[in-house]
Design a protein around this ligand. Structure first.
Ligand code: GLA
Length: 669
């Protein structure tokens, strides 16, 4: 660390510059210290919920003005706004006059300024409104490494939150503080590797229609070779003892409790598996992979096959992932002159034609099925899909039959371009395309799970289960942003509100798990490693599991790394998602700093997620009273798969920035 006399030199130079430019400032009494204006730091590192932070001007590039008072120096920004500053070990003080800029006078702005030093809050302005006079702050930062200057929106959202760090300056003895990126978080793998002993994972209950082809690969971790057996399988089913794949058809409606058994040299596992033959599919949320967020319009048959291979080879299938789903862009693109994707969209009988990248759909689904996995496809009820490829409008009956003939098990049915042909804003208008397609799918001789993708229109959660099995509740996750929090939070908060509508056979769908190597629909390209921090990724998967969301990964299967697999493949976390009771977590508490979800589970235990929304670590707690519990509870940390002890009254822990504590509470009988 440089603690020499460069401070003297810096002081002299700065003074000279300030004298030349005629800017007045109060020099520190100590000749050794010099001032560094906040506006002189690299403000490209400061985030803002709207606009771009401005040096010595408001966010709208006007003079900085708070409560009628003008300031020559400072930074204009907008909540949420965060800047990390490396104090270089020699910075002594930070001071500023803060407030809402007068440019939003009369508007309902409400913000809070915070100064955080090495994860401890040094100062908090409390809520500030437009028109209030500036609040002055002058704090010692001596000995601290990193300072965070944060402007929070308070609970009313970010509208009009124009925030000024007026007159903001550092006093330093030597090295100038500098703006930095948030310190990197190590990708710590919390989940222990699966034990060598067999453990049967995935759903405990499974729905199938009478006489539909049954296909189920027993998800099971543990050392191979492994032998599989089953007791009490319904008539019509048979199990391949080597692969663990169950196939056949069951004629008779009704429920059977079979027992699945897996054995290897280390031991054996047995698990009850409830097979419900009736008219309800997706008794637990579907799990799998979708091509969209990594392959977009480049998706090919080869990519789909490779992704199925990886689903097995990576072990994902051993945790219950089973659907391998193509998204948009497998059809012919309307009016395209590109020979690979252009040409006639349908054959002379009106049947859909895959583009040149999908030469033989049936061969592709056979390939996927041979591994015990399932195949999914996508189309839109309008004349064109969202990416401009052939849609189903007017061909619904034939398309449903074609998908069944091709061997698909899952259909994602979008909305794009449907409005041009039909549309309307009444409930029946929103329901119609899904009613039509669902009725056609029911006529097929195989089970096809229907995923509605219409972004929540007409309160889809209220009626989605009448016409399908899961429904997107929001817009596309990949495009969402919410201040300092990555987009999955706002999607999650919105999806969480509809908890009472989720049930076996009908699930709220907050969109895909975008971690690992993922792309953007706008930038194209081959994707990049997620920018989510390790803790954000734990939060993402925890929130989706608590919400009983479909667990569909949409990053690159070919570039899965150990950390992404650790997030996707924790059997105890997946058990929360797949719990047979099929309840979505309720929101216990939500403020701008914390989010607490609680999910009731079939065995009487509860899963609790304590989400820290703040940029500093903080203690979070849940009391038995809040949960309606009495008596001692065994508390198990699900990411670490470790009992934390038998606790009475409450569970409290320190949760890192944007992190989560996901626990399961068992009555201690
Ligand atoms: C919509 C959907 C996405 C994806 C694209 C394909 O935007 O919401 O998930 O399917 O269409 O074009």
């Amino acid at each position: 660390m440089n603690t020499t006399r460069t401070g003297m030199m810096g002081f002299g130079l700065l003074t000279a510059i300030l004298l030349i430019t005629g800017i007045a400032f109060a020099a520190d009494s100590s000749a050794e210290n010099h001032t560094v204006w906040l506006s002189g730091l690299d403000l490209s590192k400061m985030t803002a919920g709207w606009g771009k932070p401005q040096p010595d001007l408001s966010i709208q590039s006007k003079p900085l003005t708070i409560g009628g008072k003008k300031f020559d120096k400072g930074v204009g920004t907008h909540a949420d706004s965060v800047l990390y500053v490396d104090l270089r070990g020699t910075t002594e003080r930070f001071s500023a006059s803060v407030g809402v800029d007068d440019e939003v006078a009369g508007q309902p702005a409400s913000i809070r300024f915070r100064i955080i030093g090495d994860d401890q809050e040094l100062w908090n302005s409390g809520p500030m409104k437009a028109g209030e006079p500036a609040k002055s702050v002058d704090v010692s930062v001596k000995g601290l490494k990193v300072l965070i200057l944060s402007v929070d929106p308070t609970s009313d959202g970010v509208a009009y939150d124009h925030a000024d760090w007026a007159d903001a300056r550092f006093l330093t003895a030597a090295d100038n503080p500098r703006a930095i990126d948030p310190p990197a978080e190590p990708e710590t793998i919390l989940t222990p590797a699966p034990a060598p002993m067999p453990r049967i994972n995935g759903p405990k209950v499974y729905g199938v229609r009478p006489n539909s082809p049954f296909l189920y690969r027993i998800p099971c971790t543990g050392t191979r070779p492994m032998e599989f057996a089953a007791e009490n399988l319904p008539a019509g089913l048979s199990l391949d003892g080597k692969t663990g794949i169950v196939t056949g058809k069951i004629a008779q409606a009704g429920t059977t409790i079979a027992v699945l058994i897996a054995k290897n040299a280390q031991g054996q596992d047995r698990r009850e598996f409830r097979i419900v033959v009736g008219d309800t599919l997706a008794l637990t949320p579907p799990m799998g992979w979708n091509s969209w967020y990594i392959h977009y319009n480049r998706v090919t048959d080869a990519i789909m096959r490779q992704s199925a291979d990886v689903m097995i080879a990576s072990g994902m299938a051993d945790f219950g992932y089973s659907y391998v789903n193509i998204d948009d862009c497998w059809m012919v693109k309307v009016n395209s002159t590109d020979p690979e994707i252009g040409g006639p969209t349908r054959d002379d009988k009106g049947r859909l034609i895959g583009n040149k990248r999908f030469p033989d759909m049936k061969a592709m689904t056979d390939y996927i099925h041979a591994k015990g996995l399932k195949a999914g496809i996508y189309i839109s009820p309008g004349p064109r899909t969202c990416a401009g490829y052939e849609g189903s409008f007017g061909h619904e009956a034939l398309d449903a039959k074609t998908f069944a003939d091709w061997g698909f098990d899952f259909l994602k049915y979008d909305w794009c371009s449907y409005g041009e042909k039909a549309g309307g804003d009444k409930l029946e208008d929103f329901m119609k395309p899904y009613q039509v397609m669902y009725a056609e799918l029911l006529k097929q001789d195989r089970d096809i799970v229907l995923n509605l993708c219409q972004y929540g229109m007409g309160d889809v959660w209220k009626w989605g289960a009448q016409v399908g099995h899961c429904w997107r509740t929001t817009g596309d996750l990949g495009l969402e942003k919410a201040g300092n929090l990555p987009g999955f939070y706002s999607i999650g908060f919105s999806n969480a509100k509809h908890f009472e509508f989720a049930k076996p056979g009908g699930w709220n769908d907050p969109d895909y798990i975008l971690i690992g190597w993922v792309g953007s629909a706008f930038t194209g390209g081959e994707g990049e490693k997620t920018t989510l921090t390790a803790n954000e990724q734990y939060s993402y998967m925890s929130m989706w599991s608590l919400m009983a969301a479909p667990l569909i990964f949409s990053g690159d299967m070919a570039k899965l790394d150990a950390f992404a697999l650790n997030i996707l493949c924790n059997a105890e976390v997946i058990d929360i998602d797949q719990d047979p009771l099929g309840k979505q977590a309720k929101i216990l508490r939500q403020t701008d700093r914390e989010f607490v979800l609680v999910k009731d589970l079939e065995d009487g235990s509860k899963a609790v997620g304590l989400f820290n929304l703040d940029i500093v670590s903080q203690p979070l707690a849940v009391s038995w009273q809040d949960l309606g519990l009495t008596g001692k509870q065994r508390v198990r940390d699900l990411w670490q798969q470790k009992d934390l002890g038998v606790l009475d009254g409450e569970y409290k822990t320190s949760v890192p920035r944007h992190g989560v504590s996901l626990v399961r509470l068992f009555p201690n009988l």
